[in-house]
Ligand binder design. Structure first.
Ligand code: AMP
Ligand code: ZN
Length: 124
């Protein structure tokens, strides 16, 4: 069912407190925590507490919640001082969608990446 917790989902288990995470921000509907395998000095994942398999499915089912996830990603970037408005160089938001491009956790999440030299040259 749409948005229902999935027993076999790693991020649902983090939301439930069954698996520990380094939480940096939380709201009633979202959680932001540090990636366990950081690819940049700031590497935080922002997720909805509700389970959707990817970002597009989330936006389809609950556009307001998708907007909250994005707004929280911006607040993480401010808190981490990677946003330009906080004196940083800026940050990158990534939503991997599909196994073939590296999605490994099928609970919608946005990667907030910043603070790394060379981030501008990578990917797009
Ligand atoms: P993706 O490859 O886009 O599905 O991203 C999943 C991310 O979750 C990867 O960057 C992993 O390093 C990260 N990850 C996996 N397990 C954990 C965990 N227990 N706590 C925090 N991040 C995790
Ligand atoms: Zn989930």
């Amino acid at each position: 069912m749409s948005g229902e917790p999935q027993a076999d989902c790693l991020f649902c288990r983090i939301v439930a407190g069954e698996i520990p995470a380094t939480v940096v921000r939380e709201t009633e509907s979202t959680l932001a925590f540090r990636d366990i395998n950081p690819q940049a000095p700031t590497h935080v994942l922002v997720i909805p507490r509700a389970h959707y398999p990817n970002a597009a499915a989330l936006a389809d089912a609950d556009p307001a919640l998708a907007g909250t996830v994005l707004a929280e990603a911006g607040r993480v970037a401010e808190d981490e001082k990677v946003a330009e408005s906080a004196g940083g160089a800026g940050y990158r938001l990534i939503f991997n969608t599909g196994r073939g491009v590296g999605q490994t956790v099928f609970h919608a999440h946005v990667h907030v990446l910043g603070g790394a030299d060379g981030l501008r040259e990578r990917l797009v």
